[in-house]
Design a protein around this ligand. Structure first.
Ligand SMILES: [Zn+2]
Length: 267
């Protein structure tokens, strides 16, 4: 089984602006794959997603995780707005640990549909991961139309606002996304009823075969008293009426396909 959204960072990253904010004090320490495994157990592998806006830090992350069998892949940070984005990518892919590189993200930025950086990601056989609001999903739809073969993963179901109006805006944005756009069931922190409704809408509109589970650990520790296992238990209950094949997709098959994990292992 695959947890497709895990963050780890070292104590070198504790001066990151977002980590020194008082609201994040609870997670202001180093987190390792051992910490994650204590929560997840031995049956899971992780996609580790960058948490620091720096391709140098991503390079170190790849190096640190090279050889770690619990890590199925790494999504690195690249500055897609810079003309040297393709070189940043190549440096990460060719560096030590580069075999684990499966994708790229730059939170908050939906690249232009005709950006050279996106061409480079597509050519390298990597995925583009996008953290954006429902408003940004319209741009993602355009990007996906311009790159029909590029696999795009949307974090946190596209960050719906968990209100009636917010959900309507979000649902409207889901309809335009093409077949190669996938969405993570991660980072969903509304009321349980609202989140359950978003899961159902995503299944109906998008199809369970294009959804993948991610814990957003350790960020999830900031949202109430839920622990990793409580949250996972809640999600499994919410998906209990889905078919076995749909649940397999969410907890394994979609991530394996999207991130090319069978290919990564063959390398
Ligand atoms: Zn995250």
């Amino acid at each position: 089984m695959i947890d497709a959204h895990v963050h780890v960072w070292s104590k070198d990253e504790l001066s990151q602006p977002w980590l020194v904010e008082p609201a994040n004090a609870k997670i202001a320490r180093a987190w390792t794959m051992n910490d994650w495994q204590l929560q997840a157990g031995r049956d899971w592998r992780a996609i580790v997603v960058e948490a620091v806006d720096s391709s140098d830090v991503s390079e170190r992350l790849l190096l640190d995780l090279a050889g770690d069998e619990r890590v199925a892949g790494v999504v690195a940070w690249v500055d897609l707005k810079q003309p040297d984005a393709a070189e940043q990518l190549k440096r990460l892919a060719d560096g030590l640990g580069g075999a684990k590189l499966v994708g790229v993200r730059q939170p908050g930025n939906v690249p232009d549909a005709h950006s050279d950086a996106v061409d480079a990601i597509e050519r390298a056989g990597l995925i583009l991961e996008i953290l954006t609001s429902p408003e940004g999903l319209h741009q993602v739809a355009e990007l996906a139309r311009a790159h029909p073969h590029l696999r795009i993963v949307i974090d946190h179901l596209g960050c719906p606002q968990f209100s009636n109006e917010g959900m309507a805006t979000w649902l409207d944005a889901l309809h335009g996304l093409g077949d190669m756009v996938f969405m993570k069931l991660s980072g969903l922190y509304g009321s349980n009823a609202m989140v359950a409704s978003a899961l159902d809408q995503a299944r109906q509109t998008f199809g369970a075969q294009r959804l993948l589970y991610g814990s957003d650990w350790p960020i999830l520790l900031l949202r109430g008293d839920d622990t990793y296992t409580q949250r996972l238990h809640w999600l499994k209950n919410a998906l209990a009426t889905w078919s076995e094949s749909e649940r397999n997709a969410v907890f394994d098959r979609t991530a394996t396909f999207v991130y090319g994990l069978d290919r990564t292992e063959a390398r």
